[in-house]
Design a protein around this ligand. Structure first.
Ligand code: NAD
Ligand code: ZN
Length: 263
């Protein structure tokens, strides 16, 4: 495998990826918070990430369960967040374009924002759950997030399950919470089959999610990383494409499929 190329000369680097992507039978796209920053949703570890102002320890499942003030804070933040208004950006649309052209078989995302689906992608695995639903941590009952948020709006700052009294939480996976085994299994299966794993906007530092690109490489797939900044798996990559996801992915889709139309 060739060593990763240097961070300059973006156009020629992009050209290096084209034969692999064009001739791939299966491309697995793996995305993180960085693909959605251009839609106005902050990431965690980027230069303007959430960790710059918030203590990650307040994002663990243990603190959610044991500390009422954490739950009140999370619900208030969810109410104020503009998640529901966010729109897919050029990078999400380019991924959908590659999928409609038959190149991308599966999109595995660590994001909880639903933007791949809103951009028209199918076969999307949401490894860390979804912000569009709430669930009871005791009986597992799920409901649209707006049902829970309406209760917060009406003054219940720490809503509980109406059926069993358990704690309600956004249906996302917090630190310390196990992933859904079936979702991880599907992702790993595809990672082992793909020719190219194209990661976009992730530090590839959150485990076990990062097992997906690692398994792709272990089973002979190439790793192509699109990210504005270093990742933990740069050393495993066949190619590093540094830059903004919207720009790099639009160029990549245009070079592979022609045209500048992001759909
Ligand atoms: P991360 O926050 O660890 O890293 C994001 C990476 O993307 C950083 O290296 C950053 O420099 C880069 N980046 C930021 N904007 C970019 C852009 N426009 N183009 C290219 N690169 C860009 O993200 P992660 O690895 O996905 O881990 C964060 C965890 O937090 C995930 O597991 C996810 O579940 C969760 N999260 C999700 C959202 C969301 O749903 N949009 C937002 C924040 C956090
Ligand atoms: Zn319940």
């Amino acid at each position: 495998m060739e060593p990763p190329s240097s961070a300059d000369a973006p156009t020629s680097r992009l050209a290096a990826a084209l034969p692999w992507l064009r001739h791939a039978r299966r491309i697995l796209v793996f995305t993180g918070a960085g693909i959605s920053t251009e839609s106005g949703i902050p990431d965690f570890r980027g230069p303007n990430g959430v960790w710059k102002t918030t203590d990650p320890r307040r994002y663990t499942i243990e603190s959610y369960i044991s500390d009422r003030s954490v739950r009140v804070e999370r619900w208030r933040a969810r109410l104020e967040s503009r998640f529901s208004d966010a729109l897919p950006n050029a990078a999400h649309l380019a991924v959908t374009r590659l999928q409609r052209a038959g190149l991308v078989t599966m999109v595995v995302t660590q994001n909880i924002d639903g933007l791949h689906q809103r951009a028209g992608a199918v076969n999307v695995v949401e490894l860390h759950g979804t912000s569009s639903e709430a669930m009871c941590l005791d009986c597992g009952r799920r409901m649209p997030i707006e049902v829970a948020l309406d209760r917060v709006r009406e003054g219940d700052d720490d809503p509980h399950c109406e059926r069993c009294g358990g704690l309600l939480k956004t249906a996302t996976i917090s630190f310390g919470q196990p992933l859904v085994a079936a979702d991880m299994d599907r992702s790993i299966d595809e990672a082992r089959r793909c020719d190219v794993c194209l990661t976009i906007g992730s530090t590839l530092s959150v485990w076990p999610a990062a097992t997906v690109p690692v398994e792709a490489v272990r089973h002979g797939g190439r790793l192509v990383i699109v990210n504005d900044g270093a990742t933990d798996l740069d050393g495993m990559a066949s190619l590093l494409l540094a830059g903004r996801a919207g720009t790099v992915m639009t160029e990549l889709a245009a070079a592979l499929l022609g045209g500048g139309d992001s759909r």
